[in-house]
Design a protein around this ligand. Structure first.
Ligand code: PHE
Length: 456
């Protein structure tokens, strides 16, 4: 069974795939502007705290279900709780990553456009003002066809990687790109922290301003931690189903979380010092990387245009790779379901889901331009997909997984899977603490987050 579905070759490649899923636009695009809007270092501390105490238990719950069954969400729940309705809840989670993929690939498409722009060396012109950069970005995303072309290319790349399978596609792609991502972001950070005036940005990231930690900042930090670790959508569950049975879940969980956190923080140090060096407002919002950074590249271009061009190319390449390693994990959840449960071929499953995500993605893309007045729950289609998934569906999915492992599965079964039949000594020792977090702490915290999101 495991052989037919494919599996990861080693712990290293499994961690690269999981870390690749976790590290994405969330780290480079969302994290820095959220830090900017929510008080710098204080936000990072809350984020770290929730990652350790909340996200790792959820991560472990998902991976326990995946590795125990070697099946994707629906099949896994059916196998572990036969004859119950749990599988339908599992089935619901198949849709969440597909909705995320639809709008995520629109932003993925923007990063292709900006990467190509950086290759044409157009970011080092110091004569271009911030307003002009914003206008260029605005007219690009509101144009009816250009972003759709790039959205299509982005989705196609995903489809090709997925068709090649777990070893030939996902593993081969992520074991190369995830390490490259780290090298790129460290290079950019080294450049950024050495800019004149960078110190203010570094201070901003280091000194916490606790007065900014309001209820909504707390919620954003937790929501960001969920989003960043790809939790509650079945991606971790599905990737864990490709682990070998003797893999140590504690190790994959901790390394993935460490890489993800490390990357987000390095990305913060790559972006904020440059933002401060250019004298720009740090809470600039979602436009930060597509509007502000091109301006920063161009202001720095006055002294050393060639260096700016190189940094711009590296930067947009990083964004593109980061987006791709995450988006393939979103597509894989649905493909794994269709292959496991519907016995479809990988190619057919991929083609079918490609078509669905393409259509929803086109609507998301058009919601910046021709469809900007079409509102769902008072939001544009793009924003509605983002809020629906990150504020509700991901929290719902996370709750489902921790509840399932903490309350539905037998404790002995959970222990057996977590300790590999009692053979992992460290895991045996920490099991009771981990179980307590999965059974009580995580569900309680997730319910509070869920209700608060409903009330906001
Ligand atoms: N974790 C990814 C990021 O940080 C986003 C993601 C969400 C990936 C859900 C998979 C599933 O960008």
């Amino acid at each position: 069974m495991v052989k037919e579905r494919g599996n990861f070759n080693s712990r290293f490649t499994a961690i690269m795939a999981m870390a690749g899923s976790a590290i994405g636009l969330g780290n480079i695009w969302r994290f820095p502007y959220m830090v900017g809007q929510n008080g710098g270092a204080a936000f990072i501390l809350v984020y770290l705290f929730s990652a350790v105490f909340l996200c790792i238990p959820i991560f472990l719950a998902e991976s326990i279900i995946g590795k125990r069954t070697h099946l994707s969400t629906f099949g896994a729940m059916e196998k572990l709780a036969p004859g119950t309705r749990w599988k339908w809840l599992g089935f619901l989670t198949v849709f969440t990553p597909l909705i995320i993929l639809s709008y995520y690939s629109v932003v993925g498409g923007w990063s292709i456009e900006y990467f190509l722009k950086s290759l044409s060396l157009s970011f080092s012109d110091p004569a271009v003002s911030m307003e002009e950069h914003s206008a260029v970005f605005g007219s690009f995303i509101t144009s009816p066809w250009k972003p759709i072309v790039f959205h299509t290319i982005f989705l196609l790349v995903n489809a090709v990687v997925i068709i090649f399978g777990v070893r030939g596609g996902i593993e081969r792609f992520t074991k190369l790109t995830t390490p490259v991502l780290f090298i790129l972001i460290v290079l950019i950070m080294l450049y950024s922290v050495n800019l004149p005036g960078a110190k203010a940005g570094i201070d901003y990231l280091i000194h916490p301003d606790f007065s900014k930690i309001t209820g909504s900042a707390l919620l954003s930090a937790m929501g960001q931690a969920f989003f960043s670790l790809s939790l509650g959508v079945g991606c971790i569950l599905t990737y864990a189903s490709y682990l070998k049975s003797d893999e140590n879940l504690m190790a994959t969980g901790i390394f993935t979380a460490l890489f993800d956190l490390g990357f987000a923080i390095i990305a913060g140090f790559a972006i904020m010092p440059a933002v401060f060096a250019a004298g720009i407002e740090p809470g600039a919002g979602p436009g930060l990387i597509f509007e502000t950074l091109p301006f920063i590249f161009s202001t720095m271009g006055a002294d050393a245009p060639w260096l700016c061009d190189i940094v711009a190319i590296l930067f947009f390449l990083t964004i593109l790779f980061a987006a791709l390693t995450s988006s393939i994990s979103m597509l894989e959840v649905g493909v794994a379901y269709l292959v496991d449960q519907r016995k479809m071929s990988r190619t057919r499953a991929t083609a079918l889901l490609f078509a669905g995500c393409w259509v929803l993605g086109v609507l998301c893309s058009l919601s910046f331009g021709p469809l900007k007045d079409v509102h769902v729950f008072g939001m544009t289609i793009f924003d509605a997909c983002d809020h629906l998934t990150s504020d509700f569906l991901m929290t719902f999915g996370s709750l489902l997984f921790v509840f399932f492992v903490g309350w539905k599965m037998k404790k002995a079964e959970v222990r057996d899977e977590f300790t590999n039949g009692g053979s992992l000594r460290f895991n045996k020792r920490v099991f009771d603490v981990v179980y307590f977090f999965i059974r009580y702490v995580a569900p309680a915290a997730i319910i509070v987050i869920f209700i608060s999101n409903l009330l906001m």
